[in-house]
Design a binder for this molecule. Structure first.
Ligand code: SF4
Length: 365
């Protein structure tokens, strides 16, 4: 099966052009072809329309060598009446499904991307974790989510079509991005390429539970923002909620962040899901403040999005504000994310999909 055109970085495309033509200065030809795939405005159209000035022999070879079918298609969607978010169900070539969410907010249009079908990490408050890992997405399937979502919102019209483009990307959908790091790094390279989708690195956030070898590599190789899912400052308790903590204790993860912060002055986002009477006490807030002291972080508190069968509850507002106030009094920057898309089960930890390959998918779009 040929490789997919959406899975190739500009660097690899340049090698492909050199191999075919023998020209050493293939950079210009590759740039024109790459620009043709993604368009010049950050709003890719599919199938791509190549400008007439591209080198025609290279284009012909490209068309013969790569798969140009979109690797996923939008088969269903739901729009939130609460906040204008849209959850898109996308079907992959093998019939598996993933979800991605478009979130309009204060002039920005953010897309939440999935990186895997299911997830191996098994965080106890998360619906996706209950699926287990089915498989990781290819680079083309990650990049394709943006291409397909851009196309979908233009065809739908309405409020989301009024945005000039998707402006921010967060890797916070289904899956643990650092468990699929090669493909995530390639996708980020395509997203941030000025001839690709030209996102700035600071408009891309990658969320992780903190897998240590991969975290080191991610922080070394990418300038995208990191959002660490922390959820408890206490090792024993964090291990119960997030099994990953047994192999990668939170103290070691924070130490890694400190080392990279010293070297590169990087700020981080910390995500903390508040679970009623589990991790939302004053003692937790004080320990969290101490754990993060001296790091340049923004702490994002996420009151649990309850779902059917959830073992945990969302705290009352008064407990949420008290927790926030302790962190603030210690000098931390804190926001409370009353998640978008809760009425369409599109909020954090609520994404769960069909797990059967080649399942029949009905189109509602
Ligand atoms: S919270 Fe993230 S890492 Fe944990 S199970 Fe869910 S998708 Fe996986």
């Amino acid at each position: 099966m040929p490789a997919h055109i959406l899975g190739i970085t500009r660097e690899n495309l340049e090698s492909f052009v050199v191999l075919g033509s023998g020209v050493k200065s293939a950079g210009h030809r590759a740039a024109r072809l790459f620009e043709g795939v993604y368009g010049r405005t950050g709003q890719p159209a599919w199938p791509p329309v190549f400008p007439v000035e591209v080198h025609q022999a290279s284009l012909e070879r490209l068309r013969k060598s790569f798969d140009f079918q979109l690797p996923l298609r939008v088969t269903r969607f739901e729009n939130s009446a609460m906040d204008g978010s849209s959850k898109l169900v996308m079907s992959l070539a093998d019939g598996l499904e993933i979800e991605t969410v478009l979130i309009p907010e204060r002039g920005r249009l953010t897309q939440c991307l999935s990186t895997q079908v299911g997830c191996a990490q098994g965080c106890r408050f998360c619906q996706t974790g209950r699926m287990g890992l089915i498989r990781s997405l290819s680079t083309a399937e990650i990049v394709g989510q943006v291409v397909a979502a851009e196309q979908w919102r233009r065809e739908q019209g309405g409020a989301l079509a009024e945005y000039s483009r998707i402006s921010n990307l967060v890797f916070m959908g289904m899956g643990e991005p650092l468990d699929n790091l090669d493909n995530v790094l390639e996708a980020i390279s395509i997203f941030t390429d000025l001839k690709g989708l030209s996102f700035s690195h600071n408009k891309i956030t990658v969320s992780s539970v903190g897998l240590l070898p991969q975290l080191n590599r991610f922080l070394s190789e990418s300038n995208a923002c990191l959002a660490l899912s922390l959820h408890s400052p206490f090792d024993a308790e964090r291990s119960k909620v997030m099994p990953v903590n047994k192999a990668h204790p939170i103290g070691q993860v924070i130490q890694t962040l400190r080392e990279f912060a010293l070297r590169y002055k990087r700020p981080y986002m910390i995500q903390y899901t508040l679970l009623n009477n589990v991790n939302d006490s004053r003692e937790h807030a004080e320990a969290l403040a101490a754990l993060l002291r001296g790091l340049d972080v923004k702490i994002n508190l996420i009151p649990l999005n309850e779902h059917e069968g959830a073992a945990f509850r969302r705290p009352e507002l008064a407990r949420i504000w008290s927790f926030r106030d302790v962190l603030k009094s210690e000098g931390h920057v804190v926001t409370v994310r009353l998640s978008k898309g809760r009425d369409i089960a599109a909020a954090c930890g609520q994404l769960i999909k069909n797990t059967k390959p080649n399942a029949k998918v009905e189109s509602e779009a």
